[in-house]
Design a binder for this molecule. Structure first.
Ligand SMILES: Cc1cc2nc3c(=O)[nH]c(=O)nc-3n(C[C@H](O)[C@H](O)[C@H](O)COP(=O)(O)OP(=O)(O)OC[C@H]3O[C@@H](n4cnc5c(N)ncnc54)[C@H](O)[C@@H]3O)c2cc1C
Length: 462
C-alpha cells in the first residue's frame, strides 16, 4: 500500500506522522513544492535574532498543539509570553489605549476594569452591561461576526475592541466572516445562558485553570516544531521541490498523481494538505463539486515587516506586547507586535525586535507593494512610538492568498466537501482552509485526514 501526502506544511506533516502509526507497513511519500518544509511556519535565526515569517505562537487551549509538542519531546521547550509586559494596546487616532483587563478571549467580562479603561465611551460601556438582559435570538441562520457582536455587545465594542482582536487572527472582515465557522462557541453561550457575558463567567468558574499560559511558542522559534516533527518521521519519503499538478482516478481503483517533472506516481490513499485554491485545481479531474467548493473559499493576503532598533532609539517604553489597529482607523496595518517584549530570547540585550502586520481582506492587496513601499508603511507606523532612528535590520515577508477566509456560507461549503469526499475512498483533505486556521487546528486536521483515508480504505477492502 502506498499513501501520499500533498503539502509539507504543518497539516501535511501531521498527516504523515499519523499515517506512519496507522500504516506501519505502507510506503508513505510526502510531496512539497518548495525547497523547505513547514509551509507558513518559517523562522530565521540571524545575529541573535529569532525572526518568525508568519506564526509566532499558538493557542494552548486547543489540544493538538501542546499534544503534538509533548509527543515530540518538546514539552520543556514550550514557553509563554513574558509576564512582565502583559498587556496589549489598541491604536485609535494616533493614541495607544490599553486593552482593559478581564477579557475572556475577545469579550470583556469585567465591567469594572472596562470602566477604568479609556477604550470605550460611557455609552458603549452601558450598552455592554445591558448584554445580560438582551434576549437570545432563536437558533437558525448563521450570521456574521460583526452582526452577532454588535447585536449582543453593541456596535462600538465591536468596532473598537472585538474587531481588531478578531482581525489579528483572520486578517478578515467581520462583516463577512461566518460566526458559525469562526467562533461557534459564542453562539452556543447565547443559546445556553441567554447571554454571552453570563455564559463566559459561568464557564470560567467551572473550568479548571490550564497548566499552560494561553499562548505558547517554542523557545528556539516555531521552526523547532517543524524540524523535530520531520526528524521523528520514521518511514516517510520526503520529496521537497516537487510540485504535484493533478490527482486523477485510476481505472483499477486508487489514484494517480501527476508531478512537475513529468513523473507519475500511483497511490492507494491521498491526503491533500495544500491551500484550497490549489486543491481545487488538483482535484478538478476527480470531482467537479469537490473542486468548485474549494475554489469558492476566498483567501486574504498579508505582509509581515520585521524591524530592529536599538532600545535607546525608541521613545515609547514599549510596556506591552504591542497593539492592534481597528479597521475603522482606515489603515492597511492590522497590528504592531513588540516581539522581543512578548517572547524572551528573540533579540540581543538592548535591542528591540518588532513586526508590523498589514493587509486587510477586502482592502488593497499589500503583497503587490514594493519592498520600499512596505518598509515605508512599517516605518511610518512605528513613528507613533517615537522612533526616528534607522532600522538596523529589516525583513519583508509577503503572504499572497495566505489566509483562508471563513465567510458566510463556509459551513455549507464544508458539508459539500465532506459529502463529495464520501464518493472517493482513500482521499481526504486537510489544512487551514477548513475548521480552524491556527496551528493546533491544522495539526488536528492533518491527523483526522490521515485517519479518514485509512478508515475509508479499510471499509472498501473489507
Ligand atoms: C501572516 C500569518 C501569521 C499567522 N500567525 C499565526 C499564529 O501566530 N498562530 C497560529 O496558530 N497560526 C497563525 N497563522 C496561521 C497558520 O500559520 C497557518 O494556518 C498554518 O500554518 C497553515 O498550515 P497548512 O499546513 O494548512 O498550510 P501551509 O503552511 O500553507 O502548507 C501548505 C504547503 O503545501 C505546499 N504546496 C502548495 N501547493 C503544492 C503542490 N501543488 N504540490 C506540493 N506542495 C504544494 C506549500 O508549498 C506549503 O508548504 C498565521 C498565518 C499567516 C499567513
Amino acid at each position: 500500500m502506498r499513501a501520499v501526502v500533498l503539502g509539507g506544511g504543518i497539516a501535511g506533516l501531521a498527516a504523515a506522522r499519523r499515517l506512519e502509526s496507522l500504516l506501519p507497513d505502507a510506503e508513505i511519500v510526502l510531496f512539497e513544492r518548495d525547497a523547505h518544509l513547514g509551509g507558513k511556519i518559517q523562522t530565521e535565526h540571524v545575529g541573535g535574532y529569532v525572526i518568525e515569517a508568519a506564526p509566532d505562537s499558538f493557542l494552548s487551549q486547543k489540544e493538538r498543539g501542546v499534544g503534538l509538542c509533548e509527543e515530540l519531546g518538546l514539552g520543556a521547550e514550550l514557553v509563554g509570553r513574558r509576564p512582565e509586559y502583559g498587556r496589549t494596546f489598541v491604536r485609535r487616532g494616533g493614541t495607544l489605549h490599553p486593552l482593559p483587563a478581564g477579557l475572556t478571549g475577545m469579550i470583556p467580562t469585567n465591567l469594572d476594569a472596562l470602566a477604568a479603561s479609556s477604550l470605550l465611551s460611557p455609552e458603549a460601556q452601558k450598552r455592554l452591561a445591558a448584554e445580560v438582559d438582551i434576549p437570545a435570538t432563536p437558533a437558525g441562520e448563521d450570521e456574521s461576526i460583526a452582526s452577532f457582536v454588535s447585536r449582543r455587545l453593541g456596535r462600538e465594542t465591536y468596532e473598537e475592541l472585538v474587531e481588531p482582536l478578531m482581525t489579528g487572527i483572520f486578517g478578515g472582515d467581520g462583516e463577512q466572516l461566518s460566526l458559525r465557522a469562526t467562533f461557534p462557541a459564542l453562539r452556543t453561550l447565547e443559546l445556553e445562558y441567554g447571554s454571552v457575558i453570563r455564559g463566559l463567567l459561568a464557564r470560567a468558574e467551572s473550568t479548571s485553570a490550564s497548566s499552560h499560559p494561553p499562548f505558547l511558542t517554542l523557545r528556539g522559534g516555531m521552526d523547532t516544531l517543524v524540524g523535530t516533527l520531520v526528524r521523528k518521521l520514521e518511514h516517510t519519503e520526503i520529496r521537497t521541490g516537487t510540485e504535484v499538478y493533478a490527482v486523477r482516478n485510476r481505472s483499477d481503483g486508487g489514484y494517480a498523481l501527476e508531478l512537475d517533472d513529468d513523473g507519475r506516481l500511483d497511490a492507494d490513499a491521498v491526503v491533500v494538505a495544500v491551500p484550497a485554491v490549489v486543491t481545487a485545481d488538483l482535484l478538478a479531474d476527480i470531482d467537479d463539486d469537490l473542486a468548485a467548493a474549494h475554489a469558492e473559499i476566498p483567501y486574504g493576503s498579508s505582509v509581515i515587516v520585521t524591524l530592529v532598533y536599538s532600545e535607546t532609539g525608541v521613545e515609547h517604553p514599549l510596556d506591552g506586547y504591542g497593539y492592534v489597529v481597528p479597521r475603522s482607523e482606515g489603515s492597511d496595518v492590522l497590528a504592531c507586535t513588540w516581539t522581543s517584549r512578548k517572547w524572551a530570547g528573540r533579540a540581543p540585550d538592548g535591542m528591540i525586535l518588532m513586526r508590523v502586520y498589514a493587509g486587510r481582506f477586502g482592502g488593497p492587496d499589500v503583497t503587490t507593494y514594493s519592498d520600499t513601499e512596505l518598509l515605508a508603511l512599517a516605518v511610518s507606523e512605528v513613528g507613533l512610538l517615537g522612533i526616528d532612528a534607522e532600522a538596523l535590520l529589516t525583513r519583508v515577508q509577503r503572504w499572497p492568498s495566505g489566509m483562508p477566509q471563513y465567510v458566510l456560507g463556509h459551513p455549507e461549503r464544508l458539508e459539500r466537501i465532506d459529502a463529495a469526499l464520501e464518493a472517493h475512498p482513500g482521499l481526504s483533505v486537510a489544512g487551514a482552509a477548513y475548521r480552524g486556521v491556527g496551528i493546533p487546528d491544522c495539526i488536528r486536521s492533518g491527523e483526522e485526514a490521515a485517519e479518514s483515508v485509512v478508515r475509508s480504505l479499510f471499509a472498501v477492502l473489507r
